[in-house]
Design a protein around this ligand. Structure first.
Ligand code: FES
Ligand code: FES
Length: 149
């Protein structure tokens, strides 16, 4: 079947299988920032934005994305770069495998919550797991980013 999606501002018509997940569609298109972790909707590594909302691409059928706008970390522009810089400055960049999903979730949170408290930030990021760093560093990076934007 054919679907039409817009990825990072580019319209694409893609042939997908009925049971194909959008994680595989995007990686087949070369968006390798979309990471495969648990593959069971438990770790948040595969997060993408669909119409601005974070979703787990390992659990979302490609067909469901037909007609929708997708953002991967490649499409986050200056904001994404600044948040990545805050991550580096706070020493939270270890293996970096979780960073794309983490960055996309933080950017969605920024657009959804005004002046979030630490508890609200932690709650919003509950599904984004990181195997390397302590979460305190991530919180500092988010705080730093939010203070600047
Ligand atoms: S790979 Fe999708 S949630 Fe872990
Ligand atoms: S930095 Fe390695 S999983 Fe988060």
């Amino acid at each position: 079947m054919q679907i039409k999606i817009n990825v990072n501002g580019e319209d694409k018509t893609v042939e997908v299988k009925p049971h194909e997940y959008i994680l595989d569609t995007l990686r087949n298109l070369g968006y390798y920032s979309v990471r495969r972790g648990c593959d069971t909707t438990s770790c948040g590594l595969c997060t993408i934005l669909v119409d601005g909302k974070p979703i787990l691409s390992c659990g979302t059928f490609a067909a469901k994305c037909d007609g929708h706008k997708i953002i991967t970390v490649e499409g986050t522009g200056e904001e994404g770069k600044r948040l990545a810089q805050c991550i580096v400055e706070e020493g939270v960049d270890q293996c970096g495998y979780c960073s794309p999903g983490f960055i996309l979730t933080v950017l969605a949170m920024k657009n959804e919550l005004r002046s979030p408290t630490d508890d609200e930030i932690k709650h919003y990021l509950t599904n984004n797991l990181c195997r390397c760093t302590g979460y305190e560093g991530q919180l500092r990076a988010i705080r730093r980013f939010l203070e600047e934007v």
